[in-house]
Ligand binder design. Structure first.
Ligand SMILES: NC(=O)C1=CN([C@@H]2O[C@H](COP(=O)(O)OP(=O)(O)OC[C@H]3O[C@@H](n4cnc5c(N)ncnc54)[C@H](O)[C@@H]3O)[C@@H](O)[C@H]2O)C=CC1
Ligand SMILES: O=C(O)C1=N[C@H](C(=O)O)C[C@H](O)C1
Length: 235
């Protein structure tokens, strides 16, 4: 498979190694100063760029009939426009706030726990995410997906807020930036008598990168439409 990497930073470089180890050719490595390139030389594109760049990269792929996988976070105010373009162009697109297998299992665990806690009003939920100091967006895309998982499955909550919640129905997400932490997410339900805590800890970026390459392999096999990692992993 011929892969275009849109964004050649920490994730782009990790994805390149994994893609090559799985027998793929990386035919384009596009970073911030590359404006003049032909995306159609690739069978599939993988975008891990910046919140400000992701939408332009995705629309370029969809407008040129190239299936695109995006893991960039912090651009989701334009997600519905990307979906509409994908449908209009009969294209293929996957966005995931987190491509790792472990986090996608954690997403499902979070939903089950949220449902179980729905009738237990004595527990209050809080979330925490910890990432490296170079991260541009807060809260993380993964934390937002986790908060949405609680809101969809527990009628005690209808919103999330960064740091402190201003109402009982809002989930506070505390975002910490420390060293080179690849990504730690935890969800805590606390009552006066006890607490329940679930946590996912990424040890490095390999899991995110492998998931993105697996998603690109899956998407490039004659798929049209908008998909998620649940589709790829069959969860
Ligand atoms: N969904 C997931 O599983 C994961 C998502 N991420 C997200 O992926 C994104 C990238 O993360 P990192 O690689 O750690 O960041 P990074 O800062 O190391 O790399 C981003 C690269 O994009 C480049 N760039 C800037 N403008 C561009 C443009 N127009 N086209 C292409 N590239 C451009 C930058 O120069 C930089 O080299 C972030 O939004 C991060 O939150 C990171 C890890 C996992
Ligand atoms: O910026 C990162 O590094 C990460 N970003 C993603 C997010 O915002 O959730 C995924 C992962 O946690 C690493």
């Amino acid at each position: 498979m011929k892969i275009a990497l849109l964004g050649y930073g920490r994730m782009g470089q990790t994805i390149e190694k994994i893609a090559i180890s799985r027998g793929h050719d990386v035919v384009l490595k596009i970073d911030k100063d590359d404006t003049d390139y032909d995306i159609t030389v690739a069978d599939v594109a993988i975008d891990f760029s910046l919140p400000s760049a992701a939408y332009g990269n995705i629309t370029n792929c969809l407008n040129n009939g190239v299936p695109v996988v995006s893991g960039t976070t912090g651009w989701l105010e334009k997600y519905d426009d990307a979906i509409a373009l994908c449908k209009e162009k009969n294209g293929a697109f996957i966005y995931a706030s987190n491509f790792s297998l472990g986090v996608n299992i954690f997403f499902e665990l979070n939903k089950v726990l949220a449902k179980m806690m729905g009738n237990l009003k004595e527990y209050n939920v809080t979330m925490e995410e910890i990432h490296h100091t170079k991260k541009l967006d807060a809260p993380s895309g993964t934390a937002i997906t986790l908060a949405e998982g609680v809101i969809e499955n527990n009628s005690n909550y209808n919103a999330w807020e960064l740091d402190t919640a201003n109402s009982e129905t809002s989930i506070p997400i505390v975002a910490k930036r420390i060293g080179d932490v690849p990504g730690t997410h935890s969800i805590n339900y606390a009552s006066e008598v006890d607490s329940i805590n679930i946590e996912h800890v990424a040890h490095n970026r390999q899991g995110f990168a492998l998931g993105a390459v697996v998603a690109a392999e899956w998407l490039s096999k004659d798929k049209t439409g908008v998909f998620s990692m649940k589709d790829v992993l069959g969860l």
